[in-house]
Ligand binder design. Structure first.
Ligand code: GUN
Length: 290
């Protein structure tokens, strides 16, 4: 059983990006710059946003932080995004999700300029991916592909089963895997799927993106499968300093012995998301420069 270390793959991505950022600065006289907008005080969102800032700093990327109160109006948020769309010193814009109640995430995402949509959430970015002409691709599924590539896990002709149909992970994951050149046969399962274990047991590659701790158990996987765990769930643990620990959507201890390869949590897909955001920010800056 091989452990697919997102940490190792992310480090490889960061090494490449550090060099690219230095070269970019030399060529163009400025650095790729990401604007991160956080509305409200959600602790998990605050921690994600801090991780994004840290990544920018470590790569020598520019970083602009906007922390707005939870009672920010839709109009105020859209005004800020319009400003950032027009700001030539900003190449990528990210609005941290979920947004507080009262703000419409679809309208907010649609207001971000497609050229700066480093999250890949804009309907135009999603459509471009679906027709096989990707611009910016959602970071988490892109991170999964990067892990598969790094470990030379072929997808052609394989049956990839994705559990979860979110716009951020499940659906773009399916689009990526089914694309020409990737050539997987893809099944998407969700909460209304009947007899889920009978389908997940058919998977050569099983991707768990449900958001429920330890949801995938050993009776749901066939021997020798590749398991990709996208889940990042906080569960209470009084023995930890923070009072919680992170677990995936897969019951790792139960499932891992049956796998050919598996991603751990933490240190698997999670760390790839920010690495791919940085890659997209580099791409946005390049497109702006050219
Ligand atoms: N919330 C959870 N994951 C993400 C992400 O990848 N991007 C944004 N903007 N918000 C998120």
């Amino acid at each position: 059983m091989q452990i697919l270390s997102g940490k190792e793959v992310a480090q490889h991505v960061y090494d490449t990006l550090t060099e690219e950022a230095e070269q970019f600065l030399e060529d163009f006289g400025y650095v790729p710059t990401l604007a991160v907008v956080l509305v409200g005080e959600d602790p998990a969102s605050q921690s994600y946003v801090a991780g994004k800032k840290k990544a920018c700093l470590s790569l020598g990327f520019g970083h602009k932080d906007y922390h707005l109160p939870a009672d920010t109006s839709q109009e105020q948020l859209l005004d800020l995004i319009h400003q950032l769309n027009e700001d030539s010193s900003v190449h990528g814009i990210l609005v941290q999700m979920p947004l507080p109640d009262g703000l419409d995430p679809d309208k907010v995402i649609q207001s971000i300029s497609v050229e700066k949509d480093v999250d890949g959430f804009h309907p135009q970015s999603v459509g471009n991916l679906l027709i096989g002409n990707p611009g910016f691709v959602s970071c988490t599924p892109q991170g999964v592909m990067e892990i598969l590539d790094y470990y030379h896990i072929a997808t052609a002709g394989k049956h990839a089963v994705i559990v979860g149909r979110s716009n951020i992970v499940g659906k773009p994951m399916a689009s990526l895997l089914v694309q020409k050149g990737r050539d997987a046969t893809v099944t998407i399962c969700h909460s209304k799927t009947k007899d889920l274990p009978s389908i997940t047991r058919q998977a050569d590659i099983l991707i768990a993106a449900i958001g429920k701790p330890h949801f995938v158990t050993s009776d749901m996987v066939k021997e020798g499968t590749v398991v990709i765990d996208v889940g990042i769930n906080r569960i209470e643990d009084a023995s930890r300093k923070r009072g919680y620990r992170l677990v995936g959507d897969v019951d790792y201890d139960q499932v891992a012995p049956h796998c050919n390869a598996i991603t751990p949590v933490p240190g698997g897909v999670g760390v790839m998301t920010i690495a791919m955001l940085m890659k997209n920010t580099m791409q946005a800056a390049r497109q702006f420069a050219n």
